[in-house]
Design a protein around this ligand. Structure first.
Ligand SMILES: [Zn+2]
Length: 409
């Protein structure tokens, strides 16, 4: 079975689900391919639904794990300097409030140890990473890492070997989990009674307010706001006690949960809940224009790129992140529109982008070549990249920023 469609909400199990966005059929965004394997490429519906009961925004189509990772998972967090800096400061925040030297910290979806590397030597750390080669990169840095997916069974094994954890984190993976009950129960089992579960996810309020529809992809099953998370943790005798908005990935929330304690809930939780209510996130009506707004960006971007091509000028794309592939496929771009995509990730270089089949090359090409236009797919690093590429821009390359609105700089 390579694809299933859920019929109930992942958080509340209700069936009051309404489709609010349909982006068409796409291959999974991390499935970079090559000429030999084009015939094997599979596409699945990319449709977003709203739950009328707990208000979780989610995908119901679940692509099987073995279709998603496709052998070697292409994403190493530590290849991104802004992310390395982000997780260093994240670790400092945890050290100042939630963990003491010697405590155990478990990171679910630990990637190459980008968070845990900041605790090596002072705290006990354990990473959990499903992708074998990424887990190996973490072990090479001295970070003990379990290969596999976190389950209640794995939590039991960890308790036997290491004891309970003071902090469990799950960053940019909590939204990728289909069976949330399994994870939350496992987290509750593994946490000490005064332990903290902390999770960063892309924030629905930013997605909606800035039209970030390209952050929708098959791996990204849930688009969280505070309200459904309170519902989820509440079902397991846990509570959300603090929330912090972060600029990461175009706008994220860092959510802190603990076992129900009777202690006061921080104001941040009430404030963000009220802000969501005011922004309409708890009502289906807010999403009425979701589809139309995405189509408007598509139309504008496609007509811009096709106009530039008619003038015989070159367009390339910068960065091949997950969301970039959603955008390329939604717009129907091919190599006729965009000659190549640059990306620093070694695994992607030499392959073709999924669906749009545009070659991925090393960014070194931009040291010698000056395309007239560069489409910035990693628009969340806009300021960082525009500064980094000032020499390229001085040579005459213009950047096209697609989100939140199509803009040339
Ligand atoms: Zn629900």
């Amino acid at each position: 079975m390579s694809h299933l469609r859920n019929v109930t909400c992942r958080v509340c199990k209700g069936s009051s689900l309404t489709r609010i966005l349909s982006l068409g059929e796409h291959p999974p965004v991390d499935n970079f391919t090559d000429a030999e394997h084009l015939k094997d490429e599979k596409r699945y519906p990319l449709d977003v639904y709203f739950c009328g009961t707990c208000n979780l925004v989610q995908l119901l189509d679940v692509v099987a794990e073995d279709e998603l990772f496709h052998g070697e998972y292409a994403y190493f967090s530590s290849a991104s300097k802004p992310l390395v800096d982000h997780f260093r400061s994240y670790a400092d925040d945890l050290k100042s409030e939630h963990v003491a030297p010697g405590d155990l910290i478990v990171d679910i979806g630990s990637n190459d140890g980008i968070l845990l590397q900041n605790f090596v030597g002072t705290h006990r750390v354990l990473g959990i990473e499903p992708s074998a080669n990424v887990a190996e990169a973490a072990r090479a840095k001295g970070i003990e890492t379990e290969s596999g997916f976190f389950t209640i069974e794995m939590a039991k094994r960890i308790i036997e070997m290491h004891g309970k954890a003071k902090v469990i984190s799950a960053n940019n993976v909590f939204a990728h989990i289909d069976d949330l009950d399994e994870i939350v129960q496992g987290v509750k089992d593994l946490l000490t009674d005064d332990g903290v579960f902390v999770s960063e996810s892309h924030y629905l309020l930013d997605l909606v307010e800035h039209g970030e529809f390209d952050t929708v992809y098959h791996e990204h099953l849930c688009y969280y706001s505070v309200k459904p998370l309170q519902h989820l943790f509440g079902r397991f005798g846990m509570e959300v006690f603090n929330v912090v908005r972060m600029p990461t990935h175009g706008g994220s929330i860092r959510v802190f949960a603990r076992k129900a304690s009777g202690l006061p809930i921080e104001n941040s939780v009430h404030e963000l809940f009220a802000l969501e209510e005011k922004a309409g996130l708890h009502s289906l009506a807010r999403f009425a224009d979701f589809q139309k707004d995405a189509e408007a960006i598509k139309e504008k971007l496609v007509s811009l790129v096709r106009q530039i091509r008619r003038e015989k000028k070159k367009v390339v794309a910068y960065g091949a992140p997950a969301k970039g592939n959603t955008l390329l496929n939604f717009c129907g771009f091919t190599q006729d529109d965009i000659e190549y995509v640059t990306d620093t990730t070694p695994y992607k270089i030499g392959l073709l982008t999924p669906g749009s089949h545009i070659p991925v090359v090393s960014p070194d090409i931009l040291k010698t070549e000056t395309p007239e236009y560069v489409l910035l797919l990693a628009w969340n690093y806009r300021d960082f990249i525009l500064e980094k590429e000032k020499e390229l821009r001085a040579r005459g390359a213009k950047f096209i920023i697609p989100i939140p609105s199509v803009e040339i700089v």
